[in-house]
Design a protein around this ligand. Sequence first.
Ligand code: SF4
Length: 313
Amino acid sequence: MSAAARTLARMSTTGTDSPADTADGGGPAPDSRGVSLSPSRAADFMQCPLLYRFRVIDKLPEKPSAAATRGTVVHSVLERLFDIPRGERTPQAAQGLVRPAWDELLAKRPELAELFDDGEGGVRADELAEWLTGAEQLVERYFTLEDPNLLEPARRELYVETTLDGGLTLRGYVDRLDVAPTGDLRVVDYKTGRAPSERFEDKALFQMKFYALVLWRQHGRLPRRLQLVYLGSGNILRYDPDESDLLAVERKLRALWTAIQTATRTGEWRPNRTRLCGWCDHQSLCPEFGGTPPVYPLPVIGPQMDTDVTDAL
Ligand code: SF4
């Protein structure tokens, strides 16, 4: 059996839950006192502990966003693109998947209709057409970055999960996993936004190192390459991790989890005001903007949150 086949055989034992079942897929958040962490929720806590509370503990609803929804449609198209036989994976074929992907998403999540609702029971057809064209352009740009006819992904939308010593479960969905004939793993994630400046590359790579750590712990093989495909700006960010990178991410996640557990116990969720607050749906409930959070729904026990822990994150 080849190295690639052995790797695939091991991976075939991995569960493949629906993305809608995880916080990563935009679906329900994990249990408020649960023991699992996804890259999205870890990033939430690092950005703003109060935002994490609003999303994970209070489970407050958020307005659908046209940009995020377009991202979901484009991801769906790039996943299905590889169902088309090699040699027939053209920009036109891929663009032809955009409208069906939107229709299917809308059928699953009818609340998304409000994105193009004209307020009188109709649809703002021009805006919808422009939005779909934007999705088609992102799909077309993908072909300037990779030739999907030269690729045969080992897995798409792969659910990955591992439990660290101490009980913390790390989980998430990998957009695409490629396995070379040598058995080397390449983890690929699509982004519909623009590539970050060099200053923010580490932050962008955190999610990829998270996945690499999970795959390493799950299968005993360190991914050779992490690849972020930015369709908004037409760039690829590549990184080859080593063990020390992933051990550092593991230490960071353990510290993060300690801070989350402390905040859960004490009810102390500190707001962290940054320019990203402009995208937060919960300003009206945030003390930084004169709001008052809802009553904390969990029992409060133990001392006040050790702010040194969160400051260190
Ligand atoms: S508005 Fe800013 S500080 Fe307040 S909860 Fe949202 S992200 Fe946090």
